[in-house]
Structures are given as structure tokens and as C-alpha cells.
Design a protein around this ligand. Structure first.
Ligand SMILES: [Zn+2]
Length: 94
């Protein structure tokens, strides 16, 4: 999975790193996307609904512009695609 990987959002070459016991990927994109985390379920939804990708890129760029130390997380909540952040997820779970 490490070689010949492409960003799920913009299709530029990207590096994948598995996390959350293989349920999520951290993607480091060579294009304009900041590093982000995405669940496998969310990535499948975006593959099926590619028209939603542009908006996702805008949202994750907005998050990291507001806080460069933050990592956007794209995942499903019930049946909805949502964007949250690592710090927000940690604060909810603690
Ligand atoms: Zn990208």
C-alpha cells in the first residue's frame, strides 16, 4: 500500500500510513492537501461520491490554516460523512 498510492481527495501521489488497527489511514499528499486521517468507510463513500471531494479539501485546508498543529479527521458518524480533528476526538474521549 505504501508504493503507488494516491490521495483519496485529489489523486496526487501520496503516502499512506495505517492507524486505528487498520481502520483508518493517515495520508500525506504531494498536492495541496494537508496531512489528514480518513476512515476506510469514509474513503469508500468518497470513492462512490467523488463530487464531495472538493469540499472536503477546502474543509481540511481551513482546519490546518486555523491551527497548523491540528490533524483533520474524515470519518462517518452514523451515515453521514463528517470532518473532525484529532484534538477534538481526544477531548471527547477523555
Ligand atoms: Zn491530496
Amino acid at each position: 500500500m505504501k508504493e503507488n498510492s494516491y490521495c483519496i481527495l485529489c489523486s496526487e501521489p501520496a503516502e499512506y500510513e495505517e492507524t486505528d488497527n487498520g481502520n483508518r489511514l493517515v495520508i500525506k499528499c504531494d498536492g495541496f492537501c494537508p496531512p489528514y486521517e480518513i476512515s476506510l468507510r469514509a474513503s469508500k463513500v468518497l470513492q462512490a461520491e467523488p463530487h464531495r471531494k472538493k469540499r472536503m479539501i477546502e474543509v481540511i485546508q481551513f482546519i490546518t490554516q486555523a491551527d497548523p498543529n491540528e490533524m483533520p479527521v474524515i470519518r462517518m458518524r452514523y451515515q453521514q460523512l463528517i470532518v473532525t480533528t484529532r484534538n477534538l476526538e481526544r477531548s471527547v474521549h477523555n
